[in-house]
Ligand binder design. Structure first.
Ligand code: NAP
Length: 313
């Protein structure tokens, strides 16, 4: 495993971060809890110290499972969780201090810990002045309940505004060969402000592993049916061309297409580590191997070119 220290905080993360949306057990196809537990255990056994989660993943179930697995190992684990989605009220974004405080206490209880390493507003809340949100986060930090402040899904504008009121260690944006929108404004801002990017969707929710030979069809309540645009069958031509390239680069390295997707992300500016979701120990074992691959400048150039054209066709 490879590790890196966040620029503004005394926190060291593993370059592969385990994502636990699917592990939460809701909105992600069939679910087997014992497999989910083994996925977390296997990740830790393989040196993954950093786990990304959220109350929204299975309504707190992902946090509960993590809490169970990390008992007795808490000091070796870096927990990144989130706040600010009111699940009782139509998944409304709520970053008011009172709601965040309640959520923080709930996350601490479910995770069986008295501190969170990286606490991240999940989505910006347009109705709450960011100053109030940042003040609340700073208070949690002063109380020792969180070690550092990260944010998730913030635009460049949101980030710049928040930075005026406090320190931000990390940003969790959607970023992969299938989603490069953040390269225009957000990534340069992270580079100049020393904010560590920890992207999500690194494998294109499975698409970049090459597992699909035709556009997949998901049930309506499966998050993949609405959350990621590349699953829309009208983009299948561009996506297939990209996956073919991943296959050919992978073959030259005796690796898998997903490894190429992970290696590409880790080569990008400001990316400190990458969140890779998994639902089983086998997937974790395979994904960790992506850290051993390094790509040539020619391969990166070709990936840049083909990925930029995915949505053009
Ligand atoms: N901040 C946010 O708003 C936000 C949004 C989305 C995600 N996230 C975080 O980022 C994490 C990762 O994102 P993601 O889960 O959407 O996408 P991802 O990491 O690109 O894809 C993960 C999914 O791909 C499949 N997969 C993983 N390894 C595989 C392998 N070796 N072979 C074949 N299939 C494999 C699994 O689903 P199947 O087995 O079902 O195919 C897995 O759940 C989440 O778990 C969560 O922690 C955050």
């Amino acid at each position: 495993m490879h590790y890196t220290r966040l620029q503004h905080e005394d926190i060291t993360i593993s370059k592969l971060i385990l994502g636990t949306w699917a592990i939460g057990g809701a909105n992600w196809g069939p679910y087997d809890e014992s497999q989910a537990v083994r996925a977390i255990e296997t990740a830790i056994d393989l040196g993954v110290t950093t786990i990304d989660t959220a109350p929204a993943y299975g309504g707190g179930h992902a946090e509960e499972l993590i809490g169970r697995v990390i008992k007795g190992k808490r000091d070796r684990i870096v927990i990144a969780t989130k706040c600010g989605i009111d699940m009782q009220n139509g998944f409304r974004y709520d970053l008011t201090p009172a709601f965040m405080e309640q959520e923080l206490e709930n996350s601490l209880r479910r995770l069986g810990t008295d501190y969170i390493d990286l606490y991240q507003p999940h989505w910006p809340d347009p109705d709450t002045p960011v100053e109030y949100t940042m003040e609340a986060l700073e208070r949690f930090q002063a109380q020792g309940k969180i070690r550092a402040v990260g944010v998730s899904n913030f635009s460049a504008g949101n980030l710049a505004e928040a930075l005026a009121f406090g320190r931000i260690a990390s940003l969790q944006p959607p970023y992969s060969l299938l989603d490069r929108d953040i390269e225009k404004e957000i990534q340069p801002l992270c580079v100049s402000a020393g904010i560590a990017m920890i992207p999500y969707g690194s494998l294109g929710a499975g698409m970049l592993t090459g597992k699909y030979t035709e556009p997949p069809k998901f049930k309506k309540d499966d998050a993949r049916s609405f959350f990621y645009r590349f699953f829309n069958k009208r983009y299948w031509g561009g996506v297939s061309a990209l996956v073919e390239l991943l296959r050919s680069i992978a073959a030259a390295h005796n690796a898998k297409p997903g490894h190429v997707a992970i290696a590409w992300l880790l080569s990008r500016d400001a990316v400190a580590g990458t969140i890779v979701g998994a639902r089983s120990a086998d997937q974790v074992r395979e994904n960790v191997r992506g850290l051993d691959l390094s790509l040539s400048p020619e391969e990166v150039g070709e990936l840049d070119r083909i990925s930029a054209a995915v949505y053009e066709g």
